[in-house]
Design a protein around this ligand. Structure first.
Ligand code: PEP
Ligand code: MN
Length: 339
């Protein structure tokens, strides 16, 4: 349930109303917009009578929120959320490019790619240190050493870093070292991990699960938000369908759908979404036009020898060819490219 307040509602009366809501065992989420202030009621409101609140003078409207996600819901927060990381903005009117290899493999590899990306133009550097691989015999990532190498690449280029966390054991290190903590598709419903990430204040990049509906994905975001971390960025990375030509089916319609349902920024991963390096440029452009707030692209200096996801990785020179097209499209779509 949300309460839309009348413009200029006196502070004391608002506080009194909030106090009343809290005595009912509910939590409040307040969103102060340009024209209106909204109080969102968080908790079990199923038995609440809306008349209880419409009798308050300062309440203009009482609306039922039928979706199970509350803090992620656009009704709770009509304006788009904009998240700022190291002076770069993610969210409405801004477009970010996160680029880098699937896995951090060596200092030479990650620093080399980071330098090339910085020269061409990128917002953030990605690189997996902990890799969720289908086979236990595949390369599992360099672990903490990988994080150290990412830090070297960040120091060399100034690009903030994005890396995937798989378990809470290393949470302190991620909080210390990483600028955006990625939750991979396979952990989208690891609720213990999500709750812990809700208790920190770092931005979280939450990928859509392999077969997750939009509602399940937003409920996972809700786990993080409900604990107090409001810096959640969603990432559409393709879903499992009957089609096998592409690695996954990139659901670009998820972008406008999420924008309607939620205020959270949403980016697109055309690399995992297609599994094919030659589709990455086209689908990045499509993502931008579909309304995404950014893309995350796998770039490797030698994709044939990559320790993971070589087939979907583009080279720095492919990236250099795609970049100006994204830049031009961003201008057409009135988005500021954050590089
Ligand atoms: C990745 O970003 O390398 C990755 C493993 O992504 P996803 O969780 O989307 O498969
Ligand atoms: Mn990958």
């Amino acid at each position: 349930m949300i309460l839309v307040l009348k413009p200029g509602a006196p502070r004391e009366q608002v506080d009194e109303l909030i106090g009343r809501i809290k005595t009912m065992g509910l939590d409040v989420h307040i969103s102060v917009g340009v024209d209106t202030t909204i109080i969102g009621l968080v908790g079990d409101t199923t038995k609440l009578d809306r008349l209880v609140f419409s009798s308050y003078d300062i309440v203009q409207n009482v609306l039922k929120v039928t979706e199970p996600f509350k803090k992620a819901n656009r009704m709770f927060h009509p304006d788009d959320t904009i998240i700022e990381i190291g002076g770069r903005k993610i969210g409405e009117g801004h477009f970010v490019i996160i680029a880098g290899p699937c896995s951090v493999e060596s200092e030479e590899q990650i620093v080399g790619i980071a330098r090339e990306l910085k020269n061409i133009g990128a917002t953030f550097l990605r690189g997996g240190a902990y890799k969720p691989r289908t086979s236990p015999y595949s390369f599992q990532g360099l672990g903490l050493e990988g994080l150290e190498l990412l830090k070297i690449a960040r120091a060399e280029t100034g690009l903030p870093i994005v890396s995937e966390i798989m378990s809470t054991d290393v949470l302190d290190r991620f909080v210390e070292d990483v600028d955006i903590i990625q939750v991979g598709a396979r952990n989208m419903q690891n609720f213990v991990l999500l709750r812990e990430l809700g208790r920190i204040r770092k931005p979280i990049l939450l990928k859509r699960g392999l077969s997750a509906t939009l509602e399940e994905w937003l409920m996972s975001a809700e786990y993080i938000l409900s604990e107090g971390n409001d810096k959640v960025i969603l990432c559409e990375r393709g879903i499992r369908t009957f089609e096998t030509y592409t690695r996954n089916t990139l659901d670009l319609s998820a972008v406008p759908a999420i924008k309607k349902l939620s205020h959270l920024p949403v980016i697109v991963d055309p690399s995992h979404g297609t599994g094919k390096s030659w589709m990455v440029g086209t689908m990045s452009k499509a993502a931008l036009v579909a309304g995404a707030d950014g893309v995350i692209i796998e770039v490797h200096n030698n994709p044939k020898c990559a320790l993971s996801d070589g087939d979907q990785s583009i080279t720095p020179s492919d990236y250099a060819a795609i970049f100006p097209k994204i830049k031009q499209l961003a201008e057409i779509e009135w988005k500021r490219l954050e590089v």
